[in-house]
Design a protein around this ligand. Structure first.
Ligand code: SF4
Length: 475
């Protein structure tokens, strides 16, 4: 069959993200004997004409739409990508009646709402490179598909979903030939990294997260040796900036250590990053192993330094682990980004001051602190129930594709803005969502690339902010 895959993500803030999943699925469909074309809309000047032209010239039997984000997760300046998705869908529909299948990270969050919005035939919610070829085979043979693991669809008006098969993820770690599918020089100029996922599932129970609802709490792992091989292969293709995008890199400390050991044992030449480190399993042994493996940047997702908030968010760690992580970071050389989520359940002026005091006193000046305020509420999560109980949310679940955010009713949004503004003004290495939404960021990324700076560019946050302020910008 002729399969047209369209990667619909066009967001370049804070940087363009390579559609790795779409490329992996494209190669899997090819291996299954199909003729595949991938249209990446990231840098398309006019997406509508690009889609129409691709459909007209390729004449696909199946169209796959890969959807990464539903919105920009920013309570203060919300951008919803729903209309962009619908425009793309209408462009496809204006030229073909071929079945449309949805896939991508957003389908792991709100499959039902996206299926109802688009009227697509079905959505792949399991491991794309396994599920999509199976689906193509069934469609080719005009057979039913709703029993395949990791598929969601609307049948007779009812939403149906089969659980993903954890065994689907234990195959070799894919490292597609991105040169075939993407405009790599455009991604490089935007400081993009190549994403690699080493595990699925998450054992944690954060109240705001829908990930364990979809993927389950049981983890499946790629073999550490296979991960190292994939890194070496990508690096050999000149793709040296590689990022591990697991929901939590060290959810299994043993798996993380084994990956680091395998990487340290080979000469891969890559610069590695991971922005999802949990303070719970973070110690000198892991930090040292990451240094030897070739990590040039890491992010610690603490969300808060207050026990009250950490407990209410059900993060599974306390401020003790947060402070311990800061000590470990200080003893090692890997640049670190600290990630905070303000305004969660239980947040008050006192708890927020506690978090800011931690950031101001414990974070190294050369590292970065990133603060987001307000938590996106996803249907089916405990945060949805909390928000309804506290009177913060009234929309029915069906309407939650349009972004809705939680902010603790015990704290005032205006006060948070002021307090955070004070902290940002005194610490040039602190940033918030407004900084990540700066329209000049793509130009900064390009300039960094032209100067030979490699990711992560956030290492230079304090210099970039100072420079922008000297240029008269209020950042
Ligand atoms: S650790 Fe991350 S993926 Fe796991 S439940 Fe919490 S927020 Fe979700």
């Amino acid at each position: 069959m002729k399969v047209l895959l369209i990667s619909t993500n066009r967001s370049v803030l804070p940087m363009a993200v390579m559609p790795a999943g779409a490329c992996i699925v494209a190669e899997a469909a090819e291996r299954a004997g199909h003729c595949v074309r991938l249209l990446d809309l990231m840098f398309a000047g006019q997406p509508g004409p690009a889609v129409r032209e691709a459909v007209e010239t390729f004449r696909p039997d199946i169209v796959g739409l890969s959807v990464r984000n539903i919105d920009n997760n920013d309570m203060e300046d919300t951008v919803c990508f729903k209309d962009d998705l619908l425009s793309c869908l209408h462009a496809v529909r204006s030229r073909t009646e071929a079945p449309i299948v949805l896939g991508g990270a957003a389908l792991g969050i709100m499959p039902e709402q996206l299926l109802r919005l688009t009227g697509a035939l079905c959505a792949v919610t399991g491991v794309g490179e396994t599920v999509f070829p199976l689906l193509l085979e069934r469609l080719h043979n005009k057979r039913g598909f709703s029993d395949i693991s990791g598929i969601a669809c609307i049948k007779d008006g009812n939403f149906r979903r089969t659980s993903p098969d954890p065994g689907d993820f234990t195959g070799p770690c894919p490292a597609p030939d991105y040169r075939r599918w993407l405009n790599l020089s455009a991604y490089r100029s935007q400081q993009a990294t190549v994403p690699i996922q080493t595990r699925t599932g998450c054992p944690f129970q954060c109240v705001y997260c829908s990930y364990p609802l979809i993927e389950g709490r049981r983890c499946s792992f790629r073999s550490p040796a296979g991960v190292a091989k994939a890194v070496a292969r990508l690096s050999g293709q000149g793709l040296r900036d590689i990022e591990f995008v697991d929901s939590v890199f060290n959810a299994s400390p043993e798996h993380a250590m084994n990956i680091c050991r395998e990487l340290a044992a080979i000469r891969h030449g890559a610069r590695l990053q991971c922005l999802e480190i949990n303070p719970l399993n973070f110690d000198d042994a892991l930090a040292g192993a990451m240094e030897r493996a070739g990590f040039t940047g890491m992010g610690i997702t603490v969300e808060s330094a207050s026990d009250t908030v950490l407990l209410r968010m059900r993060k599974g760690f306390t401020s003790r682990e947060v402070h311990h992580a800061a000590e470990v970071v200080r003893r090692h050389d890997i640049p670190c980004a600290w990630i905070f989520l303000l305004g969660g359940p239980g947040e008050t002026r006192d708890t927020l001051r506690e978090t800011l005091a931690f950031a101001e006193q414990r974070i190294r000046p050369g590292d970065v602190a990133f603060f987001n305020t307000g938590i996106r509420i996803y249907p089916g999560t405990e945060l949805e129930s909390i928000a309804r109980r506290e009177g913060v949310l009234s929309q029915p679940a069906a309407d939650m594709l349009s972004p809705v955010f939680y902010l603790s009713p015990r704290i005032d949004r205006h006060w948070i803005r002021q307090e955070l503004g004070r902290s940002l003004a005194g610490h040039m290495n602190f940033i918030n969502m407004a900084t990540l939404g700066l329209s000049c960021l793509p130009a900064i990324n390009r300039t960094g690339s032209a100067l030979g700076l490699r990711p992560p560019l956030w290492r230079f946050t304090r210099f970039i902010r100072r420079g922008l302020r000297l240029a008269g910008m209020d950042v």
